[in-house]
Design a protein around this ligand. Structure first.
Ligand SMILES: [Zn+2]
Length: 219
């Protein structure tokens, strides 16, 4: 089963914003126009707790389903099964989010996952960390970085311009949505567990901003 990115996602984002009554101070400031860029939110270290904030500030955001799984739970009434969707959102320009949602219907699980991904949106530091390239443009990552989740570890290694994404399908979705074009990947552990694998890639991308490079220490 493959799930394509739909044009519906933009329409539903518009509808969400139109019917939105912010519950948080941050939401009110975004809707009122006092905050007009998502960078301000990250700089101040504020927490996004309404997905509409992302819809307003990043109108070009795209959604893509990474995985749909079936979750079975034993209850008093018998066995209950629900779908679990892993969804990524991004702008192809340095923003990436990953989330999950569970529901009885696939469509609702995807919707929940897409909202959760918006709440987890993060900035990715891009650059040209390839010694073979040195072009200085934002086509890759500025350095090699690793991420971990569950039993999976992934290493993202900057590659020269034109290399493309040397990665499996799930990693490719995340890297493309983040705006990273040329990368080698190495993975370890139970890499076939797609939710853990996607979460490890997301962890690595997230860490590009928490890692302070040596050059910055001396600045
Ligand atoms: Zn380069």
């Amino acid at each position: 089963m493959t799930y394509q990115k739909t044009d519906r996602s933009k329409e539903s984002a518009r509808a969400r914003v139109e019917g939105w009554t912010p519950r948080t101070k941050l939401g009110k400031m975004v809707l009122g126009g006092q905050i007009s860029s998502i960078e301000e939110i990250f700089m101040d270290g504020l927490k996004i707790s309404e997905p509409e904030i992302v819809d307003v500030l990043l109108p070009d955001i795209q959604e893509e389903v990474i995985n749909i799984g079936l979750v079975q739970k034993q209850t008093d009434a018998g066995e209950k099964s629900r779908f679990k969707a892993i969804v990524a959102v991004g702008t192809e320009g340095g923003y990436i989010g990953l989330g999950s949602g569970k529901a009885k219907q696939v469509r609702n699980a995807i919707e929940k996952g897409a909202m959760d991904a918006r709440l987890n949106i993060t900035l990715v530091r891009r650059g040209c960390g390839s010694w073979e390239c040195g072009c200085g443009k934002n086509h890759s990552l500025p350095f090699q970085i690793s991420g971990k989740c569950g039993g999976v570890k992934i290493v993202l290694i900057p590659g020269p311009r034109g290399l493309g994404l040397v990665a499996n399908e799930e990693a490719k979705i995340l890297l493309r949505l983040a705006g990273v074009k040329d990368i080698w990947t190495k993975s370890f552990g139970s890499t076939r567990t797609i939710p853990s694998f996607a979460c490890a890639v997301f962890d690595a991308l997230k860490r590009t901003y928490s890692l302070v490079t040596q050059a910055e220490w001396v600045k």
